[in-house]
Design a protein around this ligand. Structure first.
Ligand code: NAG
Ligand code: NAG
Ligand code: NAG
Ligand code: NAG
Ligand code: NAG
Ligand code: NAG
Ligand code: NAG
Ligand code: NAG
Length: 626
């Protein structure tokens, strides 16, 4: 920016703000900040949604993964052939894994048996008539195990191609295909129900909570469909894009020797025991890092459209019998093909805790319901993400998950990353959209950091006002800090006044009281923004919201409690403190917003509070009592 332009900006801004102030003083605040609801579709971070809306010609291919169990594959194929496919063309691909190498010293008898069994399986599959489409058989030359069987079964050739994967000990209901077809048309091809987070649908009965030691899953809903992150391996429908994305992700991780370790998950224990014989730990790690979900059925009475007979094999030492009841025409006492709009379905994470995706506040009307859904004991933690890097934000989120801090809401500039956080279920305020009516007409000519600062100040001040209106206490925290225990932001010992601030401006606490409600009017908000605007030209570093707020308050004679930041918190990355461990008395850790991400990472790592991996996702899943 040229020096002359720089001098001009504050003037322009002051002018704009005073015009704005006069306007707003006479009209209601809400009216002035006219809501802009145009952009209702949640646009995704990486994925595009321009798939073919023509649902009448998608293809579904059955991928049957078989091994050495003739009895199993016979039962499975018969159930598949017994299903109703209408007039659709459905191809059948059968992948037969080879038996494992046999110890020759011990027994040619066993070897002969194995060879005969393979021949019988191949003969049976060859002779099996599949009249719904093509039949294709892939017979392996060596034993590859379940991981390669699954992963190599499919590489989607278009966005209109679906795969339904069954292992040979499964049995499906005759109704399964019509159900899957309805589901694809409803949740993939109907754009009002499409969501790029959904990777497929499982027909098996949902059984366990992987983040809670594999505890039995307790469903307290009668909703027939819901979303859950966990993959189901007994009858899984896969959507093309997420599967392709997974294959590429797997490729990268496998090549670099990165293991799919996700602490806190029962499946990670399986991986440690069974290693590359199984594939689910890889898929689960991928799903966790992307924040994707699977559709599940809940038909009550342990009924499902696909059941596992749990025959002896890789997964079961000895035959365990069917896990569920097959739902068929006789036991059907509801309309299987009636599907709710996606917005009515509930979403659950690996802890089977409900997730609320899509809480992206873009207008003032949308703010109140989100604040209500987020508050805990009438307290809100408002986290400012201005000038905070994505890795640092992710680390904070993972840290909040560990500490069970859930009453947060993020506020930041418009960016894809913020929208992606909302897609994953984190409440987010898009400050640019929120202020769009102003930035469009009054803030013309303001660009980059200048406009961003005003945005930051106006939006944060307004959100605090909204909290005060509802009687909520608010903690305004900067993204460049971390609380070190869950009660830092509720234990108000140090933050005793109606308004308290940490000396480094990383935390501002505003208690809901008649005093604060009186101070925090529209007039105050604008004067504060105008004040910040008038200082813009002088700003060397990014001055923070709380810093401006406090100065404005002090000019008005408001008493503010100042909390000593170095007594309360630990600063990393300077010569100022030389601690590598956190004493009991330290309640938070903070750093300069100028600090490089790798230095922050190593500083936090030394303190044991860096909990993000190379994928920018949490290293563990932490489930809390609900
Ligand atoms: C939404 O925005 C688009 C593009 O900016 C515009 O064409 C359309 O008319 C708007 N719709 C409404 C309902 O405002
Ligand atoms: C949809 O696909 C069907 C089957 O291929 C075709 O007959 C029809 O013309 C297509 N419709 C559109 C709108 O592309
Ligand atoms: C669907 O139909 C369109 C138009 O007829 C065609 O171009 C496309 O390849 C078809 N897709 C599939 C998956 O068959
Ligand atoms: C091989 O033979 C030994 C001794 O008869 C027996 O203990 C072992 O279980 C056999 N191993 C296999 C794979 O059959
Ligand atoms: C798409 O889904 C919505 C919501 O479930 C529904 O109201 C609408 O009828 C569906 N559209 C079609 C073409 O089926
Ligand atoms: C805080 O607010 C309460 C209620 O409005 C008031 O009585 C009290 O004096 C205020 N405390 C300070 C330190 O300003
Ligand atoms: C720490 O102190 C040394 C010696 O005074 C100085 O060279 C270095 O730049 C300081 N590092 C930081 C991060 O301030
Ligand atoms: C910082 O800590 C190291 C290791 O404990 C110590 O050797 C060094 O003297 C300390 N520096 C200061 C300035 O206290």
């Amino acid at each position: 920016m040229t020096p002359s332009k720089r001098r001009f900006l504050p003037l322009l801004l002051l002018f704009s703000l005073s015009a704005l102030f006069i306007l707003s003083y006479h009209s209601s605040f809400n009216l002035f900040f006219a809501s802009n609801n145009n952009d209702t579709q949640l646009t995704n971070f990486k994925i595009h949604q321009n798939h073919n809306p023509n649902s009448s010609n998608f293809t579904l291919t059955i991928k049957l993964l078989a091994f050495d169990r003739l009895h199993s594959i016979t039962r499975c194929l018969r159930s598949l052939a017994n299903a109703d496919y209408g007039n659709d063309r459905v191809n059948l691909h059968v992948y037969i894994d080879h038996f494992k190498e046999i110890d020759f010293v011990n027994g040619s008898v066993i070897l002969d048996q194995k060879l005969q069994e393979s021949t019988r399986i191949l003969d049976f599959v060859d002779g099996f008539s599949w009249k719904f489409g093509d039949k294709f058989v892939h017979y392996r030359t060596g034993n590859v195990g379940l991981q390669a069987q699954w992963l190599e079964a499919w590489w989607p050739s278009s966005d209109d191609e679906f795969a339904f994967v069954v292992e040979d000990d499964l049995e499906v209901s005759p109704l399964y295909y019509k159900f899957l077809r309805t589901l694809i048309v409803h949740y993939y091809y109907n754009s009002s129900n499409f969501n790029p987070s959904i990777y497929g649908a499982s027909l098996q009965r949902p059984r366990f909570v992987s983040g809670k030691h594999g505890n039995k899953l307790q469903l307290d809903t009668e909703d027939r469909l819901f979303l859950y992150q966990l993959v189901g391996t007994w009858g899984q429908l896969l959507f093309p894009r997420p599967w392709k994305e997974f294959r590429l992700w797997y490729n990268t991780h496998k090549a670099k020797g990165i293991k799919p370790i996700l602490q806190g998950m029962v499946t990670t224990g399986w991986y440690k025991r069974m290693g590359e014989r199984i594939w689910t730990p890889w898929f689960i790690k991928f799903i966790h890092s992307r924040g994707y979900f699977n559709i599940y059925t809940n038909f009550q009475k342990e009924r499902a459209l696909s059941v596992s007979n749990r025959d002896a094999g890789v997964n079961y030492g000895k035959t365990a019998g069917p896990d569920s009841q097959l739902l068929d025409e006789r036991s059907l006492n509801f309309n299987l093909y009636e599907m709710q709009p996606l917005s009515n379905l509930k979403w659950y994470d690996f802890c089977f805790r409900e997730v609320l995706p899509g809480r992206l506040v873009k207008s003032f009307d949308e703010l109140a319901p989100v604040l209500h859904s987020v508050q805990k004991s009438k307290t809100i933690v408002l986290v400012s993400l201005f000038g905070v890097s994505q890795r640092i934000i992710m680390n904070m989120l993972c840290h909040f998950e560990r500490l069970d801090i859930r009453n947060y809401i993020f506020v930041g500039p418009e960016m894809d990353f913020l929208r992606d956080l909302a897609r994953r279920g984190h409440p987010v305020i898009d400050s640019k959209k929120l202020l769009k009516s102003i930035t469009d007409s009054k803030f013309k000519g303001l660009e980059g950091s200048q406009a961003e600062l005003i945005q930051e100040i106006l939006v944060q001040a307004y959100v605090i006002k909204k909290c005060l209106d509802f009687g909520y206490d608010s903690w305004m925290v900067d993204g460049n800090m971390l609380p070190l225990s869950s009660n830092v932001l509720s234990d108000v010992d140090d933050f005793t006044y109606n308004i308290s601030v940490m000396e480094n401006s990383k935390i501002l606490f505003v208690r809901s009281s008649s005093t604060t409600a009186k101070i925090w009017g529209d007039k105050f908000i604008y004067e504060n923004a105008a004040r910040a605007g008038s200082l813009l030209g002088d700003l060397r570093d990014r001055e923070h919201f709380s810093c401006h707020m406090v100065k404005t308050l002090e000019e008005r004679g408001v008493r503010i409690r100042k909390v000593d930041d170095l007594r309360f918190g630990l600063k990393i990355g300077t010569n100022y403190t030389n601690q590598t461990s956190v004493g009991d008395e330290k309640k938070m850790v903070f750093w300069s917003s100028e600090m490089r991400v790798d230095l922050i990472q190593s500083g936090l790592g030394k303190l044991g509070v860096w909990v993000v991996d190379g994928d920018n996702s949490c290293t563990s899943v932490v489930c809390h009592q609900t």
